[in-house]
Write a protein that binds this ligand. Structure first.
Ligand code: GTP
Ligand code: MG
Length: 234
């Protein structure tokens, strides 16, 4: 029994369901769920925008720059972790204001140039407000991470209100997503000795550099093909 109890206690600790959070959820369960549903709606709006763009590109330019779209709502656990890390008040208003990645949309593009083309078309839409732009392709993170991050607001239309909702959009190529997904899987592994950790980080960084080099080569191939096509047509 003690073993089971220990396991349960450990689980509760790990899942971070603090009294404070449980308390807020009980007091504010309905408003909290409502807020989460707004984020879900915002994700639907943003996803549709990218599907429309991809459709237009496929008809007009005979290309599909978007390989896929993945969306997610932040889990309670990681929401709570972040509230603690950023040390912000445990209220709905402050969560809405300070946590900008509750709704996340990831747009996977074919080539690096597609990212900027699709992102620009998206930002030109007059109902999208840009709050923050972080270009980790031009300036990769020390880990080697590459991606273009846009924090935007999109309005959602409720019965008698137009509500702006914040969404984080991450643009990646297939290669950037491949690296980030695998690195993310391995990043939280514990009990690794310090000197081995350094080696693993260096290895991962090198893999990021290599996949960025592949992206560049693929982009050059695509550019050459496009140039030839233009010549053919003129
Ligand atoms: P957070 O407070 O963690 O959101 O950091 P931040 O506000 O500086 O945001 P940032 O622009 O760094 O983006 C955070 C998100 O980008 C994460 O949730 C990941 O999805 C992604 N990300 C950032 N750095 C890395 C990295 O080194 N590896 C992987 N796999 N993903 C990363
Ligand atoms: Mg963030």
């Amino acid at each position: 029994w003690t073993l089971i109890e220990e396991k349960r206690d450990k689980f509760v600790k790990q899942s971070l369901l603090s009294d404070e959070f449980i308390d807020m959820m009980q007091r504010n369960r309905k408003p909290f769920d409502l807020l989460m549903s707004y984020y879900q709606c915002a994700i639907m709006e943003i996803e549709t925008k990218f599907k429309v763009l991809n459709e237009e590109y496929s008809l007009e330019y005979d290309k599909n720059p978007i390989e896929g779209i993945k969306s997610r709502i932040k889990s309670y656990d990681s929401l709570l972790k972040k509230i603690r890390r950023k040390d912000i008040p445990m209220t709905l208003e402050s969560i809405e204001k300070n946590i900008t990645d509750i709704a996340g949309v990831r747009v996977i593009c074919s080539f690096p140039a597609d990212i900027y083309e699709v992102a620009d078309s998206f930002l030109r839409q007059d109902d999208i407000t840009l709050l923050e732009r972080k270009d980790y392709i031009q300036n990769p993170k020390p880990s080697g991470y590459r991606s273009l991050h846009l924090i935007v607001q999109v309005p959602i239309f409720l019965q008698d209100e137009k509500k702006p909702v914040t969404v984080e959009v991450q643009f990646r190529t297939i290669a950037m997503d491949f690296w980030a997904s695998l690195e993310h899987k391995m990043r939280y592994k514990k009990n690794i000795p310090a000197e081995q950790m350094k080696y693993l980080q260096d290895e991962l960084y090198d893999c990021a550099e290599q996949s960025a080099a592949l992206d560049k080569r693929m982009q050059s191939i695509r550019n050459l093909i496009a140039e030839n096509k233009e010549e053919e047509e003129t």
